[in-house]
Design a protein around this ligand. Structure first.
Ligand SMILES: *Cc1c(COP(=O)(O)O)cnc(C)c1O
Length: 455
């Protein structure tokens, strides 16, 4: 048997082109076979179909049609965030542009743990991370796999700056990855600040910082996962400064509001944080992963310095080879920066800002439809692009059942969130191409599913 074609090298594109045709065809046929936002039938049906498509996972003799068969099945069985009725999570439809750029990163396969594996990729990463950090009013940044890793790094940097007794103080609305990172890093038990209106209460924070012995790391949120709310950042920053507490802002969701002239002012105070989490695989329309941690003081990153002779020997570094190992806790690391760089440069701030404005406008429009429907309750006007709503006469059990009914019949993907002691349906609108009709359809589907299901 001849060697299968390789993706890179002068002949790489020739080997890739026919395979890409197969992939693109199978994406098309798979999406058509699905027909909706996700496959109908629920987990058993999807699992059975995948089992049939795969057959023997590792057959003795290979199957030349595996690419077509598996990509088709993968697409048919996908929850497709580009479908306007797929709106549950911070799960964005990636831009074709970003996916195409990511293919180049995959084909060339640079690895960002040493310069000799990633000469251009490392130079590009340095430029892009600093430019994105400057958007947040910061000096430098690291590429991460997402908000979870960024939050872990933020806690690690706080521990290295203040010692192992640093205590995480976070809002009741904070992402679960923050207390988990404290557990991972062996930090003291985190303290939770009440968030009675969905955002961290700065007065309660002040009381806690007064009572609790330090050092403290306060984590605020710009764009809560459940409701898209933004904590009062300037007040929180002022209280942290007054108490000498370190501040981390988790802007995994809300960060890209920075690109929009209209919405940017909502992030006032972001630059006061010592570190900021940003996720461009949420409001940035990137394929997963595309995370960032930015830092105000670039010297904070010195804590991550690490030596491995085969990757960054002292004499190599002294001779001018960039030392990359301290830019992550990972070793082998793919060039997620290429898709980011291509997206930022192609769309520009204006283009990205327009996408942000569009999804925020869709959320306002959807909330208005809910508000005008007497059979629905609206939790609140959206701040970013999340709308919580529910049938006015439904119990929590019925809301949960209705959501599952929409999922298993393959009609719509909505999320769920608990707020004010009740369970809500959550629409996270991240698709800039969604039209008014689709928003109205979502409401019709909710009424239908509610009528069909238990109350
Ligand atoms: C999504 C999210 C995270 C986690 O990010 P991942 O990219 O899923 O690891 C952290 N914080 C907030 C506020 C989020 O919305």
């Amino acid at each position: 048997m001849s060697t299968p074609p390789l993706a890179s090298g002068p002949q790489g594109p020739c080997g890739l082109r026919p395979l890409l045709d197969t992939v693109l065809d199978a994406l098309h046929t798979g999406a058509r076979a699905r027909g909706g936002p996700l496959p109908a039938g629920g987990p058993d049906t999807v699992t059975a179909r995948i089992r049939d498509a795969v057959g023997d996972v590792l057959p003795d003799r290979g199957d030349p049609d595996a690419l077509r068969t598996l990509v088709h099945a993968f697409a048919e069985g996908a929850a497709d965030p580009a479908h306007p009725l797929c709106a549950a999570h911070l799960h964005c439809p990636p831009l074709a542009l970003a996916a195409a750029a990511d293919l180049a990163a995959t084909a060339l396969n640079p690895s960002l743990d040493s310069w000799d594996q990633a000469p251009a990729a490392s130079a590009l990463e340095a430029l892009v991370t600093r430019a994105l950090a400057r958007e947040a009013g910061h000096a430098d940044g690291l590429v991460t796999t997402g908000g979870t890793e960024s939050n872990q790094l933020a806690l690690l940097l706080a521990r290295e700056a203040h010692g192992g007794s640093v205590r995480l103080v976070h809002g009741a609305n904070a992402h679960h990855s923050l207390p988990r990172a404290a557990w991972l890093l062996g930090l003291p038990e985190p303290v939770v600040v009440p968030a009675p209106a969905g955002t961290l209460d700065p007065v309660a924070l002040d009381d806690l910082l007064t009572q609790l012995p330090g050092p403290h790391l306060v984590a605020a949120t710009a764009g809560t996962t459940d409701a898209g709310l933004i904590d009062p950042l300037p007040e929180i920053a002022a209280r942290c400064a007054a108490h000498g507490a370190r501040l981390h802002i988790d802007a995994a969701y809300g960060g890209p509001l920075l690109f929009s002239d209209r919405h940017r002012p909502r992030l006032a105070g972001l630059d006061a944080a010592h570190s900021v989490t940003l996720d461009l695989h949420k409001l940035g329309w990137q394929p997963v992963p595309a995370g960032l941690l930015t830092v105000r003081d670039p010297d904070d990153l010195a804590a991550l310095r690490h030596r491995a002779d085969y990757l960054n020997a002292d004499d190599d570094t002294e001779a001018g080879l960039p030392d990359l190992l301290g830019r992550s806790l990972r070793t082998t690391r793919r060039a997620d920066v290429l898709k980011l760089a291509v997206t930022l440069k192609t769309l520009g701030r204006t283009g990205l800002g327009a996408l942000v404005d569009q999804v925020c406008a869709h959320a306002q429009e959807f909330a208005a439809l809910v508000h005008d429907d007497p059979r629905l309750d609206l939790h609140d006007r959206p701040v970013i692009s999340t709308v919580l709503f529910r049938p006015a006469d439904a119990t929590d059990t019925a809301v949960a059942a209705l959501r599952r009914h929409l999922l298993t019949t393959g009609r719509a993907v909505l999320g769920r969130a608990r707020a004010d002691g009740r369970l809500w349906l959550k629409a996270t609108l991240l698709n800039p191409a969604t039209r008014h009709d689709a928003l109205a359809d979502l409401i019709t589907l909710v009424h239908q599913a509610h009528a069909e299901g238990p109350r």
